[in-house]
Write a protein that binds this ligand. Structure first.
Ligand SMILES: Cc1ncc(COP(=O)(O)O)c(C=O)c1O
Length: 302
């Protein structure tokens, strides 16, 4: 369906569209199931046989030109073997297409290289050394799409300790940021390093760092050894990358924090803190009350 949609746009514009097909190689990337994308049970890509059919269809189409194949098997991958396996799979498929006269220009190895949240991860250079030669030897161009491994470390979420609390056999640190500001720990048990901005002396304590949201899944870290903390202390939740803001929400009416860009020893506020007016902007207080017509509702929904 997507190929047909691209073809229709290409025809309307009167321009041949270069297309690539994302293949689902059915390779297990051994990462969290929610960020694993290369198995047939995942929604991504198309199986090999369908990819072949699509490339043939594109080659025969007046407004389409097949130029590449891609696979992206998941994120936060810390082992190079699945990458090599996926790229070898793509090279074999591209060679097969070439033998029937459909010569592809590119192999797109996707992204997925992990960040060293706690495990050691291969360097980007090692990743390229693993996949590059396989592609180069077969004479294709190599496309890579690393995202998190480039920008993840550039972002930190700053949060202040509001209260501390002992309950059952747990020590809770209650902070003013939570799952609405950085949902990764809640969503896929992501581990983010956490460091006090100013460290107090004393032995580390194993704590749950939780936020202000009304869910028991609202935590930034569980069972984590952190230096002693007191209300008012500032914590840096590291490697938040673009995920923090991009996946943030106003759940529980929690306002989004400001974003600050640090360049060398200078900084700028690049997005101001949200206000309640921001939260209400775009709402139509007049719509929905007595006398509200269907037309009013349709207009509001637009
Ligand atoms: C098709 C594709 N390429 C690349 C990436 C980047 O992945 P990562 O940030 O894990 O390197 C993603 C992430 O979702 C993706 O869907």
């Amino acid at each position: 369906m997507e190929l047909a949609a691209v073809a229709a746009i290409a025809e309307r514009l009167g321009r041949v569209a270069p297309v690539g097909v994302r293949v689902n190689p059915n390779i297990n990337a051994a990462t969290h199931p929610y960020i694993s994308t290369g198995l047939h049970g995942h929604k991504f890509g198309v199986p090999r046989e369908r990819a072949v059919a699509m490339l043939r269809q594109a080659a025969a189409h007046r407004w389409l030109q097949p130029v590449g194949i891609a696979a992206h098997i998941g994120s936060q991958i810390t082992d190079l073997d699945p990458f090599a396996e996926a790229v070898q799979f793509l090279v074999t498929l591209a060679d097969e297409m070439g033998r029937e006269g459909i010569r592809l220009d590119y192999i797109d190895a996707g992204g997925g290289l992990g960040i060293d949240y706690q495990d050691s991860v291969p360097a980007a250079a090692d990743w390229v050394r693993t996949v590059g030669p396989l592609v180069a030897a077969a004479g294709y161009g190599l496309v890579v799409e690393p995202g998190r491994s480039i920008v993840g470390r550039a972002g930190a979420l700053l949060t202040r300790v509001v209260y501390t609390k002992a309950q059952g056999d747990k020590q809770f640190i209650i902070a003013d940021a939570g799952m609405s500001d950085l949902i990764r720990p809640t969503l896929y048990q992501a581990h983010h390093p956490i460091a006090p901005v100013l460290e107090r002396p004393g032995a580390p304590v194993v704590v749950d760092l939780v936020g202000p949201i009304c869910e028991s899944s609202d935590f930034l870290a569980r069972e984590r050894a952190l230096p002693p903390l007191e209300p008012g202390d500032l914590l840096a939740v590291l490697h938040a990358g673009a995920y923090g803001y991009a996946m943030s929400s106003n759940y529980n009416g929690h306002l989004r924090p400001a974003e600050v860009l640090v360049e060398g020893d200078t900084f700028r506020v690049i997005r101001r803190r949200q206000t309640y007016d921001d939260l209400l902007a775009g709402t139509w207080p007049g719509v929905g009350g007595p006398g509200c017509s269907q037309q009013d509702l349709v207009r509001a929904a637009k």
